[in-house]
Design a protein around this ligand. Structure first.
Ligand code: TPP
Length: 321
């Protein structure tokens, strides 16, 4: 959905999903915690709004927003976080491995940077199959010096693959500031491979949508990859463990300044108050149902613990060894 109401619904859905999920972490329904996406909602909303249903994404450890924006069912997603048999992946993937291939969601990924080559492989496969498909991948500022990411930039550019590289620069990699970890710039890395890059306000869904749409168009036209660096601020913890541990690595003043640009407020201000209230109420209902569904769903049957670990039924091409 590319209109203002649609973009608002997506950022609001992600915001409230994360807030409700944090409640479920606190009461023990979600075990192990989550990496909250609060503050970055405009990136997921704007990027996915630029895609067609047949396009694919790969995501990160902070991936709930991406998965929801690409159309995943919030109830099955919440159940997945809670490890229930009704979850998107039968409760076996959890927060960091949610996937729904039927929607082009090729998976969140707990390994920093690992989603980038997977999306690029999907782009390569799509082109080989003659499909008009674009792959879009997300990675954080903490991934931009990973070898596999830079190697992938090289191949994606060399082979002009239809992939869009979305860097979510949220200021931190765990507790390390970007300036303490990244030499040069994010966009400069793309330039080294001849990949066009833009650095945009990642708190405004409209801005993210416009930048991504240009990159998607370029990819679909066969002109190769583009990088979109979306600058935002991570409102909450790196991971919910921080809520108890309370490590001090940013000041209250910095957090106040960083959270002042709120994607939900920025997009919400573009709607009339009544229209906004209607969307808010609808989102509350969706999430109330999602939380109920997750709580009431059963855990997976331990007898099936060894099922679904490996792919089966893979077709071997004629002539392959
Ligand atoms: C290859 C790898 N190294 C280290 C980690 C541990 N780790 C998990 S998240 C994270 C920080 C990632 O920062 P960034 O890419 O900026 O994403 P953000 O958490 O800010 O969304 C690290 C170091 C990991 N999961 N994978």
């Amino acid at each position: 959905m590319t209109d203002d109401a649609g973009l608002y619904r997506t950022v609001r859905l992600i915001r409230r999903f994360e807030e409700r999920a944090i409640e479920l972490v606190r009461d023990g329904t979600i075990v192990g915690g989550i990496h909250p996406y609060l503050g970055q909602e405009a990136i997921a909303a704007g990027t996915c709004a630029a895609l067609r249903p047949g396009d694919v994404i790969t995501s990160t450890h902070r991936g709930h927003g991406h998965v929801l924006a690409k159309g995943a069912d919030p109830a099955r997603m919440m159940a997945e976080l809670a490890g229930r048999a009704t979850g998107l992946n039968r409760g076996r993937g959890g927060s960091m491995h949610a996937a729904d291939f039927s929607l082009g969601i090729l998976g969140a990924n707990a390994i920093v940077g690992a989603a980038v080559p997977i999306a690029t492989g999907a782009a390569w496969a799509a082109r080989r199959a003659g499909l008009d498909r674009v792959a879009l991948t997300y990675f954080g500022d903490g991934a931009v010096s990973q070898g596999v990411v830079l190697e992938t930039f090289n191949l994606a550019a060399l082979w002009k693959l239809p992939v869009v590289l979305v860097c979510e620069n949220n200021g931190f990699a765990t507790t390390t500031r970007v300036a303490d970890a990244v030499a040069g710039t994010v966009a400069g890395r793309a330039a080294a491979f001849g990949i066009p890059a833009s650095t945009v306000d990642g708190t405004d869904p409209r801005v993210v949508l416009a930048a991504t749409a240009a990159a998607v168009e370029r990819a679909r036209a066969g002109e190769g990859p583009s990088l979109v660096e979306c600058v935002a601020y991570r409102f909450d913890a790196h991971h919910t463990w921080e809520h108890a541990a309370r490590p001090r690595y940013r000041t209250d003043a910095e957090v106040a300044a960083g959270t002042a640009r709120d994607p939900v407020e920025i997009q919400g201000a573009r709607l009339d108050p009544a229209g906004r209230a209607r969307i808010d109420a609808e989102v509350e209902d969706v999430l109330e149902a999602a939380v109920r569904f997750a709580r009431q769903s059963p855990p997976p049957d331990p007898a099936g613990a060894l099922e679904h670990l490996y792919a089966d039924g893979l077709r071997v091409r004629a002539g392959a060894a």
